[in-house]
Every structure is written in C-alpha cells, then in structure tokens.
Ligand binder design. Structure first.
Ligand code: UDX
Length: 457
C-alpha cells in the first residue's frame, strides 16, 4: 500500500463490490487504484480479471480475485491491440455472467464497477439485478468527444479533406478537425459503432466515476451532467492515493532512477508513449534525431512492440548511439511516477494517454504532446490550448519540431510560462485532495452513493 492511502478517511461499511478492469495497462492501473481506494474506505472488494494481460496477483492479498477465460486465440493473445476490445466484449459475456452469478449466490453484492469500455456488462447487471457504476479511465473532455461523434459525422467533419484538418470544430471548441478521435483502423464505421455502444452503456449505468478533478474539467463535468443525467464522481487523480507500480504488467527498470540521480536538476526530458502505441521505423528515427539534435539529456522508454515488427534497440542507427551515449538512457519500462517526480526531470515527451497526462500534472512536469489515437487526440489539444501546460506537436513526430519544442520547453521563455501554469494546476490538484477539496468530497459522496445500494454484510 502507498503512504497516500493513509490520507483516505476510513469508513466502517462492509459492502461487497465487484470490479471489472479492462485488460490494458492504461485501464488496469486506475481500476486497481480505485479498488485500493474503496477497500481503504471499508468495502470488501472482489475483482474479476480475464486471463489476457493478467497483473501479478501476489500484489492483492486483500482482494478476492476471480479469473475468467477471455476467449482469445493464441495469436490474438500475443498482441496488444485496441482491435481486441470488441472481440473481448463479445467473448466475455458468458464467462462474466456466470462468474458474477456464482459470486452473487455466495454473498450479496452492492454494485459492480466496470470499465466503460466493457459495454456488454450493463445487460448482465440488468439480468442479475445488480446496479452498475461505470469507471471511465480517461478525461471527461475526450469522453464528450466520443459522445459527440454522431453529431460531428452528421455535420460532415469526418469526411473533410486533408487540407481542412486545421479548421476548428465549431460545435466542440477547442478541437480542430484533426483532433476528432480516430483509431487508426481500416473500419472507422465499426469503431464508431463500438464507441456508440460504450456511450449507450454508460448512459444506462447508475453512476459514473472519472479519474479527473473538478478544477481541471469543470465546464466539461457540467456538460456531462446535462447529457448523461447520472450522479458523477470526479475523484481523481487516483494515483495520488495509490501508485500504479503494483499493477505494472512489466518490470519497472529502476536503473533509470540511479541514472537520473546523476543528472542536473530539470535537465532531462522523459520520453514515453505508453503501453499500446506503435510507430514505424521512420517515426522512430524522427524521435531519435529530434532528441539528439536538441542536445538535452533524455530518458527514453523503448517498450517491446513500440516499433512495428521489431523488438530490439539495435534498430536505432549507430550514429544515434555515438551522438547520445553520454546524455541518453534507454529502458524497456520505467517506474514512471518516480521518474516524473525526480528533480532531474524537466519535461515529458508523451503520447497524451490520460494516466500519463495526470501523472505529469501531479508532478508539475510540462509536456510535449504527440498523440497516436483516440482520447489522446483530445487530451493533447487540452494540454496545449486550454490548460496551457505543454506544447502540442501539430505535425506529429518530426525531428525538427521535436528539437525546437524540447529547447522551448527546457530553456526558453515559453517554457517558463508553461512551467508556471502547470505548477499552479498542480497546486489546485493538491487542494482538491484535501478534506474540504472537490475530489475528497466527491469520494465521500461516492461512498455514500454505493452504500445506499447496501446491503451491509
Ligand atoms: C491507454 C490509452 O492509450 C490512453 O490514451 C488511455 O487514456 C488509457 O489507455 P496507455 O497508452 O498505456 O493507455 O497510456 P497511459 O494512459 O498514459 O497509461 C500508461 C500507464 O503506464 C501509466 O500509469 C504509466 O505510469 C505507466 N507506465 C508507462 C509505466 O509504469 N512505465 C512506463 O515505462 C510507461
């Protein structure tokens, strides 16, 4: 357990809750953190996991764990892809229903809390007459963008020409046409259908939990309330209570911290594109040369699978190694929260995954953003235009733009302003977690809401 867990006031209710995380790192982390938070509040927690991407169970002696089959084939299991999500939704219906029915016959269940992306679970919950609360692990703004996709399609935004990508989406400021969520799939219709299911499933839920805080997304939370008409709890950021390390799917290389210990304060740019993003060799070279040309020290997470069809670092040219051997350090997977809180870190080149964005705000580390798909497109626009806590690479990962952005952020005047903005946001975030703060109170409201489903065990 993280020390921060001690900040949570204990309640003495003993209701059983069943949580069901989506099996991807960016979804597992917040759900396990939520499980720890609610356990600390006095609830009995059962977690249903699928076999795919199952985290290390030895970390959870305080939870009851049930593992269900995922129905994935061997070749599907060897990939980490967004395309697996509809398959998982189709193939887990029976096993999830049976597992939940079995749990229900053993003990009463106050409610289930499932990832929003598990859209099939609403029907199962209705069948078994159990209330379902949805955890949406990303920002409220990106979720509203998902919900607005049918409207944006009707207005013709999704069929606009390449030359119109920088046009504003007037119905959804501050988005530009190029920021409308896409998934890099050959079948955008199927992706839209899938998101429509997610939005519909969320509308039918009894309540919504978001890993965000009111001061960050106040207007968006108000819009959400108008559109979804459900009790909503913005109780984040979860990792301030419990760190993500206990649910890491890969070993976090702590030599990154000893390397950082030897670097000057605020001198290092941290580079990570999360757990799913993939790039081709051309983009990889752009990142490598952008970092090299910036002349700044960097710590780079080069995850297996980051480059399509390749697993090894040797893919980087010899000239890159020669130029950066003294100021670059590369690991396969890092203890990201510890990295971001290290005094040597001065900036974060990120794909704008929501966990990474929140973790960076929490540590007051300004960002350089280049999205890959989905919610990241909205997050990066907000980082640049609304919160002004980072620089969005408008043309994506291009070496010259990376070099300029790193310099601007780490040594320029613009960087100072951005740093000031993110430190002020960090302060608001810390206040939101204090006893009269918004997230703290929202968490108390969530506890009361769940307890109202009873029954106490
Ligand atoms: C995915 C989506 O891409 C993201 O947009 C969505 O918001 C959640 O699901 P992912 O791409 O993995 O997540 O990104 P992110 O949300 O940033 O989550 C990554 C998590 O892995 C973070 O909690 C981060 O701390 C952790 N991490 C990352 C590590 O522990 N070590 C690393 O080296 C890199």
């Amino acid at each position: 357990m993280d020390n921060h867990g001690q900040n949570i006031q204990q309640h003495s209710k003993r209701c059983r809750l069943v949580l069901f995380p989506l099996p991807f790192q960016g979804h597992i982390n917040p759900m396990i953190q939520l499980a720890n938070i609610l356990h600390h509040k006095g609830f009995d927690i059962t977690i249903i996991l699928v076999k795919y991407n199952c985290p290390n169970l030895s970390q959870y002696p305080h939870f009851t764990i049930r593992i269900i089959p995922d129905g994935l084939t061997e070749s599907e299991v060897s990939t980490i892809e967004v395309a697996l999500i509809p398959k998982l939704n189709a193939r887990c219906v029976g096993p999830f229903h049976d597992s939940l029915a079995q749990l229900l016959s053993d003990d009463p269940i106050a409610c289930i809390i499932t990832d929003a992306i598990w859209y099939f679970t609403q029907e199962v919950a209705d069948n078994l007459k159990i209330p379902r609360i949805v955890l949406r692990t990303s920002s409220v703004s990106s979720f509203l963008a998902y919900a607005a996709l049918p409207l944006l399609q009707d207005k013709g935004y999704l069929s606009m020409k390449d030359s119109e990508m920088d046009e504003p989406v007037v119905e959804f400021p501050p988005l530009k046409v190029k920021d409308i969520p896409r998934f890099g799939t050959d079948d955008p219709e199927a992706a839209h259908q899938f998101l429509a299911e997610v939005v519909e499933g969320t509308k039918k839920a009894s309540g919504l939990i978001f890993n965000t805080f009111k001061e960050l997304e106040e207007p968006e939370l108000a819009k959400l309330g108008e559109q979804f008409l459900k009790p909503t709890f913005a109780i984040g950021p979860f990792h301030k209570y419990f760190s993500a390390s206990s649910s890491s799917l890969w070993t976090q290389d702590r030599t990154s911290i000893s390397w950082l210990d030897k670097q000057a304060p605020k001198s290092v740019i941290y580079v990570s594109f999360g757990s799913i993003a993939e790039m081709d060799e051309e983009k990889l070279n752009e990142v490598a040369w952008g970092l090299t040309n910036s002349q700044q020290p960097f710590l780079w997470v080069f995850r297996s699978g980051l480059v399509q069809g390749s697993k090894c670092l040797e893919i980087l040219p010899k000239e890159f190694w020669e130029a950066t051997s003294k100021r670059g350090y590369i690991v396969k997977w890092a203890p990201q929260q510890d990295v971001l809180s290290h005094p040597a870190i001065g900036g974060f080149l990120t794909h704008s995954g929501w966990n990474s964005t929140l973790e960076s705000i929490c540590e007051g580390v300004p960002m350089i953003c280049s999205y890959f798909f989905g919610d990241q497109m909205v997050n990066s626009r907000y980082v640049n235009d609304i919160w002004r806590v980072g620089i969005k690479l408008e043309k994506g990962l291009e070496r010259f733009d990376i070099e300029i952005a790193v310099r601007k952020l780490m040594i320029g005047k613009e960087g100072e302003n951005i740093r000031r903005n993110i430190l002020s946001l960090k302060e608001k975030l810390n206040l939101s977690l204090k006893p009269d703060g918004s997230s703290y109170q929202s968490l108390d409201n969530l506890v009361d809401f769940i307890s109202s489903f009873g029954p106490p065990v």
